[in-house]
Ligand binder design. Structure first.
Ligand SMILES: *[C@@H]1O[C@H](CO)[C@@H](O)[C@H](O)[C@H]1NC(C)=O
Ligand SMILES: *[C@@H]1O[C@H](CO)[C@@H](O)[C@H](O)[C@H]1NC(C)=O
Ligand SMILES: *[C@@H]1O[C@H](CO)[C@@H](O)[C@H](O)[C@H]1NC(C)=O
Length: 397
């Protein structure tokens, strides 16, 4: 019995070994055509293939309607986008244009472009001006939901209608050499949003957009952002945290060797007053950051309350612990270079500041460094001098 079992296992292993070459599928369609049905059918076939497979979308421009590529797949799968896919059809009211879901062992590469064709939608969009419930929902261009052991490399997202890329429930995902392009005035076009994910890395990427370059939502753990250039846009942001009841802690965020050019913010953490939950955001480190003409270079804002959607008198219940800002240098576009405005209910704990050199050359200068409800540990030099300026109100957000 044991011997037979062993032999048949060996036999099966050999068979698998023989067919272990990747199975390659190619989307063959005339330029300009709509490849939605063909791509979905091919993806499903590849996904059901017992060993590694790949799907190639060759060079050329194609139309693509809303599509959901859903695992689990039987083996790792790669999608190589060499061409450009353009958002087609009316997907307004849906929360995505292209979704990759529940795939373990996933690669997306090829140098191609996802063009969200956002132009007309931005003009009709009013979400940035009013409460979220009132506005018309526009689709996020690319969603990765519960995708694990994944590498996304060398793709471009342009002119998304809403966020460009949204990562939810990921484990071990690297996004590398990503290019994001949308105009400075395009509303809500966050570059990459990561939430409820563990072990995501965003490396060597270039993000020009109208909203946050990278935004980090609740439940994010062990995130690395390295060698990312942002601008225009709203910079790299943790939060906002505390708007919803069932939020999870944020922990282990490293932002290193990044450059921000002409952005509204540099690196910031924002939490709502009168938060609906009381989570902790800890182990957040910003290091080796270059700023060029950044409006609010370093900002902790625990009174984040756009459109007066909260009770500002109740302090934020989000605890900020083990936060560091080191080797941050460059120019500010505003005299308020550093603002650490922590919650009066839960002052920030264990904040380290070292080697800050931020210059402001405007007539109302020099640059200021404001602190409330925080006593940071200081190392190296600080220009402007740490916590030396009276706290002023933030301009309306
Ligand atoms: C992470 O994912 C990559 C595939 O992108 C895989 O090669 C690697 O083994 C995974 N690492 C862990 C710790 O699972
Ligand atoms: C940042 O880049 C420099 C080289 O440009 C490198 O020496 C350093 O290790 C990097 N820092 C981090 C924290 O990755
Ligand atoms: C500084 O950045 C602002 C946007 O925040 C931009 O309007 C302005 O042109 C920039 N100035 C320079 C000199 O690049």
């Amino acid at each position: 019995m044991g011997v037979h079992f062993g032999i048949s296992v060996l036999f099966v292993v050999c068979l698998l070994g023989l067919s272990a070459n990747a199975k390659d599928f190619t989307i063959t369609a005339p330029p300009g055509s709509d490849i939605t049905s063909l791509l979905l059918k091919t993806f499903n076939e590849a996904c059901q293939f017992p060993t590694k497979s790949s799907v190639l979308i060759p060079k050329g421009e194609y139309k693509l309607r809303q599509i959901e590529m859903m695992g689990p797949c039987k083996a790792p799968i790669r999608i190589t986008l060499q061409g450009t896919v353009k958002a087609d059809g009316n997907v307004n009211g849906n929360d995505y244009w292209v979704a990759f879901r529940r795939i373990n062992g996933f690669k997306l590469n090829g140098g191609g472009v996802f063009d969200g064709e956002g132009n007309a939608a931005w003009r009709a969009n009013n979400c940035h001006k009013m409460a979220l419930t009132q506005c018309k929902k526009l689709p996020i261009s690319i969603r990765f939901d519960f995708v694990t052991d994944a590498k996304i490399r060398g793709i471009t997202s342009m002119d998304s209608k809403n966020f460009h890329i949204n990562v939810l429930g990921a484990r071990n995902m690297t996004l590398e050499e990503i290019t994001i392009i949308a105009p400075e005035e395009s509303p809500n076009t966050d570059g990459i949003h990561v939430g409820r994910s563990v072990g995501v890395q965003i490396i060597n990427s270039n993000i020009k957009t109208g909203d946050d370059c990278i935004s980090i939502g609740d439940g994010t753990r062990d995130l690395l952002v390295e060698r990312v250039t942002c601008g225009p846009g709203h910079g790299i942001s943790i939060g906002s945290l505390g708007l919803y009841v069932k939020e999870e802690d944020v922990t282990g965020i490293r932002v290193v060797n990044c450059t921000l050019i002409n952005t509204d913010n540099g690196v910031r953490i924002k939490t709502w007053p009168s938060a609906a939950c009381s989570t902790t955001a800890s182990g957040i480190h910003f290091e080796n950051i270059i700023l060029k003409n950044v409006t609010n270079p370093i900002l902790i804002d625990q009174e984040y309350c756009p459109w007066n959607r909260c009770n500002k008198n109740k302090p934020s219940t989000i605890k900020l612990v083990d936060i560091s800002f080191k080797h941050i240098r460059g120019t500010s576009g505003n005299k308020d270079a550093v603002k650490l405005l922590c919650s009066k209910g839960f002052p920030c704990k264990n904040v380290e500041i070292g080697d800050i050199d931020i210059k402001y050359t405007g007539a109302d200068g020099p640059a200021t460094f404001q602190c409330s409800n925080v006593s940071p540990t200081l190392m190296g030099t600080q220009v402007p001098k740490a916590c030396s300026s009276p706290v002023t109100k933030l301009p309306g957000q």
